[in-house]
Write a protein of this length. Structure first.
Lengths: 414, 233
């Protein structure tokens, strides 16, 4: 159907009707441009939202204490709940549920940290080795806290990249000593975190050390867990909910909290948030595709309209061609070919414009909710498929009409 | 070559039916040059359209080169037109944006002839009608006579059995008309069967046989002594 001869015919027709071709192509080019821009923005939106919500492991469960709001077993309401090491031990020894990573934390929010003449106030977190994975912290240099450091209560510290930049500038920090609340800690690692500066201006120390240094005894401030990953999202959600429900019951019994008390213990389950985010993202994506396709549809109708006029204008020519032996199929082929070719080419131009725009402007867009809008290969391919289909749809009705032209009517002298 | 028996054709005009052809019997041998005459409304154009497979008869039979022409679908009709017939029109019906050469090559394109061969063969036909030097010109750069020559070259390009010419001199002055008729006579001399529809007596006299149509029937069908067009130029 798409022989070289046909191509020559189509090129000839197109090159001899430049204005017409340009007008036809323009509506499609702008339609594709808008579609691709919208899709790119939806990717940017997704990037932005993910960045906002996924600083930590997707399936992390965090537990924070609060104050009781219901008096229970002789305790007045308004009692402040304090978690201890033993609560963490209780939470992590569930024979029915294996945990992937788990860590308690003890932190002070504004610890004075200094190195030589530089100093600053940073959050100091006492954690277990697993905490690295709960926070999605990645080490740039050195190592994270290990089990040995915990048991021998080493005065080691892993600092965030921001802290390193502030205190050490270009100096290599590993092996150096920094002062934390007046005590010397040896830097053993530097980490980076997808949470950005906010999460990189922290330092991690072994929790056993932190509890001694800050005089906390066996107090802990919070605990975090993740369950082993399951491929099926719904299954993961179900497991996670079952586990948190069991945990809540166990802890409330131990800490003597009324089962209905909502403010004594906060359990945040990231996987539920994740689900909401993904629902939101996919809704946005559907919306953007919808708007984009509607725009494109307007373009297609425009092209179809123009092609109809073209067919009308070429009635006589089509009649001549038929009298000379053109079969209806070859007329359909000719018009469809022209339409698909024009839409595909002009769509490609629109696509390229949009891609160039993203390439140039995209990296500069970094607001809270839209980050680096861009178009990946898959989107480019799907829009191309849409384009070919668009050309075929736009050309079909005009082509059909063209094929039904009777040479006897077309050639009748006016 | 052409054999028509008891051909009827009527058109619906509103609620009334207009009976245009009322039983035409007519045959043409190979190598004949026939003119079909008649005033407007006599049915000569309808007859030509049926002969050209642009229209279909209601009744009767039509055989072209031994092939019965009946119940053709559009695809087959197109194929037969391409293979058997060459059309020449009063208003030339050239495609405006194509050069003379490309216009001539069009029937060959629909025959599936390769481009290089197409161009070669078309050029030969343009040469035959004396327009080789005008091959790259568009129709609007040609005179009426030249346009008709291109149209004749185009009609010949597919090497058809029969040429059908509808008032081929209708848009031309007499000198040019005779030149065109001279060309038609030369082509006929080579053995090509040609049918000419005309209402001009002098043009009809340049053919070998005149068929007179009136109110949908043949009233007269006689062989004539051909007047050579070249003598009148």
């Amino acid at each position: 159907m798409f022989s070289l001869e046909r191509w020559q015919e189509v090129f000839e027709t197109i090159s001899k009707n430049k204005l017409r071709t340009f007008l036809t192509g323009f509506s499609i080019a702008s339609g594709i441009f808008i579609l691709v821009i919208l899709l790119g923005v939806s990717v940017g939106f997704q990037n932005g939202v993910e960045k906002q919500f996924q600083n930590d492991a997707e399936n992390i469960i965090n537990i924070y204490p609060g104050e009781t709001s219901i008096s229970y077993k002789g305790f007045n309401k308004g009692r402040r709940i304090q978690l201890k090491n033993e609560d963490y031990a209780l939470a992590t020894t569930d024979p029915n549920q294996e945990l992937e990573f788990s860590s308690p934390t003890y932190q002070i929010f504004a610890g004075l940290i200094s190195y030589q003449n530089e100093s600053g106030s940073y959050r100091v977190e006492g954690v277990l080795p697993d905490y690295q994975f709960l926070e999605k912290a990645e080490l740039i240099e050195g190592r994270f806290i290990n089990a040995n450091d915990i048991s021998s209560k080493e005065k080691y510290v892993v600092i965030g990249n921001r802290v390193k930049k502030d205190l050490f500038k270009d100096e290599a920090p590993i092996g150096k000593y920094i002062k934390v609340s007046g005590l010397n800690f040896k830097v053993i690692g530097v980490f980076t975190d997808p949470g950005g500066d906010r999460e990189e201006s922290r330092i991690y120390v072994p929790i056993s050390t932190a509890q001694i240094v800050f005089g906390a005894g066996t107090d802990i401030r919070s605990m975090g867990f993740t369950l082993p990953k399951v491929d099926n999202f719904d299954e993961a959600l179900r497991q996670s909910k079952a586990y948190t429900a069991g945990l809540e019951r166990k802890l409330k019994t131990k800490l003597q909290i009324d089962a209905k008390d909502e403010s004594a213990l906060f359990i945040s389950n990231n996987i539920e948030n994740t689900k909401e985010i993904y629902v939101l993202i996919s809704a946005m994506r559907i919306f953007f595709w919808g708007v984009g396709l509607a725009t494109l549809l307007a373009g297609i109708i425009g092209v179809s309209n123009i092609m109809l006029i073209i067919v009308k204008e070429r009635t006589k020519e089509i009649g001549i061609r038929k009298a000379l032996g053109a079969k209806p199929l070859s007329i359909i082929g000719m018009i469809l070919h022209e339409s698909v070719f024009v839409t595909a080419m002009s769509g490609l131009i629109g696509l390229i414009f949009a891609l160039v725009l993203f390439e140039v402007v995209g990296p500069y867009i970094e607001s809270d909710f839209i980050r680096n809008p861009s178009v990946d290969f898959n989107i480019a391919i799907s829009t191309l498929v849409v384009l070919i289909a668009a050309g075929a749809i736009a050309g079909f009705f005009p082509a059909w009409r063209g094929a039904r032209i009777k040479p006897i009517d077309a050639l009748r002298d006016e | 070559m052409i054999d028509i028996k008891d051909l009827h054709k009527s058109y619906k005009v509103g609620k009334n039916s207009l009976h245009v052809l009322k039983g035409i019997n007519f045959s043409v041998e190979e190598g004949e040059l026939v003119s079909i005459m008649g005033s407007s409304g006599s049915g000569k154009s309808t007859l030509l359209n049926i002969l050209g497979m642009l229209d279909e008869a209601d009744e009767g039979s039509y055989t072209l080169d031994g092939v019965p022409i009946k119940n053709l679908n559009e695809k087959l009709a197109a194929q037969y037109r391409n293979k058997f017939l060459g059309f020449i029109f009063q208003s030339f019906n050239l495609i405006n944006y194509k050069s003379a050469l490309d216009n001539v090559a069009l029937p060959l394109y629909y025959q599936g002839v390769k481009r290089s061969e197409r161009m070669e063969r078309s050029m030969a036909y343009l040469e035959k009608v004396g327009l080789a030097d005008w091959a790259t010109h568009k129709p609007n750069e040609l005179s009426g006579g030249q346009k008709q020559r291109v149209a004749i070259a185009r009609a010949l390009a597919s090497d058809p059995k029969v040429l059908l010419a509808d008032e081929l001199t209708g848009a031309l002055d007499s000198k040019t008309s005779y030149e065109i008729m001279d060309l038609i006579q030369q082509i006929n001399d080579e053995g090509r069967t040609i049918l000419v529809v005309t209402h001009e007596e002098d043009i009809a006299q340049m053919t070998k046989r005149i068929v007179n149509l009136k109110d949908g029937v043949i009233i007269d069908d006689k062989k004539v002594t051909q007047v050579r067009a070249i003598e009148n130029v």
